[in-house]
Design a protein around this ligand. Structure first.
Ligand code: HEC
Length: 237
């Protein structure tokens, strides 16, 4: 399982914990007749809140690790996601400090709590939601054209392969990072962007079969012929 997958699955539990905390508080504050005791609801709210905060810290740790890995070439979406997440942490800290110390502002706490949950939802959508949506749509198999097997590979077939297998995470024609690094001039530079191995076709092939870190392996889905075509396509930039 990739770091992305793991982080995205964690974030589902993160959102669930937030939802439980919100529902407990709403039930506690909003319903005159309750079947569940106030003590229990308050405990549930606290428990879910603790789980929420722990998951938030864990996910933040993975995000920071990821940013450290790819350097400062973040996509616009990732920056937006990060800024919102930071806002979430600040509002949550504010809420907790009011509950703990500044009790004269207690009347703002429900509003802050709802803001935390709303932010959590948007933060989830801009990363994990995006990830699940784009990976759940399996691209259709490219139509195989009978092409003479050339040692050089066919860049045109490579383009279709790239669109179906790589374009979710990489630009072929830009240096800009999507989820993986931009692949423009990948075979013209001296070193590969992340592993810093020499930028040879052999090492790119190796990356597809045994990825350096978080990229999924294409060992079982791409044939040697298809890898050649992909390399031919990447060479055109
Ligand atoms: C789910 C996202 C994802 C997909 C799909 C993906 N990659 Fe990657 N790619 C990454 C990440 C993340 C990295 C950073 C290095 C790592 O984690 O292995 C990367 C790194 C690379 C590198 C640089 C490796 C290095 O040593 O610096 C190359 C080349 C590459 N990918 C090519 C491809 C090609 C070609 C495809 C399509 C067959 C592809 N990738 C599909 C996420 C992806």
């Amino acid at each position: 399982m990739s770091l992305f997958h793991f982080k995205s699955i964690l974030s589902i539990f993160f959102l669930l914990a937030g939802l439980i905390a919100v529902i407990c508080m709403l039930t506690l504050m909003g319903r005159a007749e309750r079947k569940i005791s106030a003590v229990f609801l308050r405990r549930m709210h606290k428990g879910a809140g603790v789980v929420f905060a722990i998951l938030l810290l864990m996910i933040s740790y993975f995000c920071i690790k990821y940013v450290a890995m790819i350097g400062d070439k973040l996509s616009l979406r990732a920056v937006f996601h990060g800024v919102l997440a930071l806002g979430l942490i600040i509002v949550l800290a504010l809420k907790l400090s009011i509950v703990g110390f500044y009790k004269q502002f207690l009347r703002y706490v429900p509003g802050l709590g709802m803001t935390v949950f709303a932010l959590a939802f948007v933060v989830f959508c801009t990363s994990a939601g995006f990830f699940f949506l784009s990976t759940s749509q399996k691209p259709p198999e490219p139509e195989k054209q009978p092409s003479a097997v050339s040692p050089e590979g066919d860049a045109q077939l490579g383009e279709a392969l790239f669109d179906n297998n790589c374009s979710f995470c990489h630009y072929a024609d830009r240096f800009y990072t999507k989820i993986g690094p931009g692949l423009k001039e990948i075979l013209k530079k001296e070193k590969l962007p992340v592993s810093k191995k020499p930028a040879t076709p052999e090492n790119v092939r190796e990356q597809l079969l045994n990825p350096y870190k978080n990229m999924p392996s294409f060992e079982s889905s791409l044939s040697e012929e298809e890898i050649k075509n992909l390399l031919a396509y990447l060479k055109t930039f």
